[in-house]
Design a protein around this ligand. Structure first.
Ligand code: ARG
Length: 443
């Protein structure tokens, strides 16, 4: 984004961000990233953004990996790199390399987080970074006949210890190393540390920074939202997924299933993705939730505020006829709404006239949500409601969107054929087109 914000944009941006600041205060986020994210040019701004979140009162656990750094270390020592089932076969010599690499990445992140940002108001926000023996590991043992040696997985997370640190506003920084009760060090998969930690401390969010923008579909298009079920299906078929997504998705899914409300996969290759994902409605990566964020349902009285917000701009443009708040309140049970992540983004109403005819009225979808087929779903719902009560013909009055209805089976009809009761209130000045559609049989 190169264009500068004008003052109105600045103000509206700030207002749009404020609710998230409020929402995230005292919430617990686990942010996980591989060694690649920290080797890149954006490590510094990433650390800055993490500090920013902490300064806003987010309780933050960072979990880092160190794969490329370990590879580098092995190369220098002339040791082979052997991965089995996603885990590194870790003999004693390899473990030394792992410890060196992880240790230096850890210190690097620690330093990045500690940098005072001179000449910025963040300069004196002192946020402490804490590490510790929060992870107890156990050996993976022998997998398919291969002795994994010092490769391990998680036995236990000291949730209480971590929470105590978060409580006093410290950032907890965890690496992919863990010790066993016998005092041995084990090499762990970063994504499993992140998953286990998020579960143990009952994090509100688990965020993976990845080598791609998020989870892409077969054509490479970003899937902004996934339910955990559809994410699961992807693992089976998605051979196009990027290496990071492939690695992290199973942990993301398990975390979501065990109660982490929101799991995000976002890219680290562009500046500011973390902030854009967290502080906007649409985000820039993929969010995984247990239930869909979209709900199609009957409207309720407490939707009226949201409904007004949705239809007012369309009334102002003359696209919808003006409805008073009182009218909405009276007729709220005629409305269906689509809710997206808690916001009313679409509505439609059904007004029967006599036994056989009904009007599909006030079909509206928020400008930012026009490409998801919400209009279609609302229309279908209203059609089904009409059909269920024996209506045979649905009509609409529209000034500017007749093509949309025509593409969906409506045909022109003369005003004279409207039910009398409706004709009497037909607004001659609006000169709406009347379209109708027989809906007798299902289809
Ligand atoms: N900012 C909101 C959150 O952090 C919504 C993010 C939506 N993200 C997405 N990829 N659709 O929960």
């Amino acid at each position: 984004m190169s264009e500068e914000l004008n003052s109105a944009q600045f103000v509206s941006l700030f207002r749009s961000v404020a609710p998230y600041i409020n929402l995230f205060r005292n919430k617990t986020f686990v942010i996980a990233f591989g060694g690649k994210a920290i080797a890149g040019p954006l490590a510094r701004t990433l650390a800055y953004d993490a500090n920013l979140l902490a300064a806003l009162g987010v309780r933050l656990v960072l979990v880092h990996g160190a794969r490329p750094q370990i590879e580098e270390e092995l190369r220098e020592k002339g040791l082979p790199s052997q991965i089995h089932k996603g885990y590194r076969v870790t003999d004693a010599e390899t473990l030394d390399c792992v410890i060196d690499a992880v240790g230096s990445v850890y210190l690097e992140i620690d330093a990045l987080l500690s940098q005072g940002l001179q000449d910025t108001p963040m300069a004196n926000s002192r946020i402490r970074v804490i590490g510790g023996n929060f992870i107890t590991a156990k050996p993976l043992g022998v997998l398919d006949g291969i002795d994994m040696q010092y490769a391990g997985n998680i036995r236990k997370i000291d949730a209480e210890g971590i929470r105590a640190q978060l409580q006093i506003n410290n950032i907890v920084l965890l690496s992919c190393l863990g010790a066993s009760p016998t005092g041995e060090t084990f090499n762990l998969a970063m994504e499993e540390v992140a998953e286990a930690t998020a579960n143990a401390i009952k994090a509100d969010k688990l965020i993976f920074l990845t080598d791609s923008q998020g989870v892409a579909d077969r054509d490479g298009a970003l899937m902004s939202e996934l339910t955990v079920d559809s994410a699961e299906r992807l693992i089976e078929s998605g051979d196009w997924l990027s290496p990071d997504i492939r690695r992290y998705l199973p942990s993301a899914i398990r975390a979501s299933r065990s109660g982490v409300g929101r799991v995000h996969l976002i890219g680290f290759q562009e500046d500011g993705t973390l902030l854009r994902e967290l502080f906007s409605r649409e985000g820039v990566g993929t969010i995984i939730t247990r239930e869909s964020l979209e709900i199609l349902r009957d409207a309720r009285p407490d939707d009226i505020g949201g409904l007004v917000g949705l239809i007012e701009p369309l009334e102002a443009q003359g696209i919808l006829v003006r409805r008073s708040r009182e009218l909405l309140e009276r007729e709220i049970n005629r409305f269906s709404v689509i809710e997206h992540d808690g916001m009313i983004v679409g509505c439609a109403a059904l007004y029967p006239y006599g036994e056989k005819q009904a009007e599909l009225a006030c079909l509206a979808v928020h400008a930012n949500y026009r490409r998801y087929g919400y209009g279609e779903r609302l229309m279908r719902r209203v059609e089904n409601q009409a059909r269920a009560v024996g209506i045979e013909c649905l009509f609409v009055l529209t000034t500017v969107t007749s093509h949309w209805f025509k593409e969906r089976g409506f045909i022109d009809q003369s005003v004279d054929r409207l039910p009398e009761e409706r004709r009497l209130v037909y607004n001659l000045q609006r000169r709406s087109k009347v379209l109708s559609k027989p809906i007798g049989s299902p289809g």
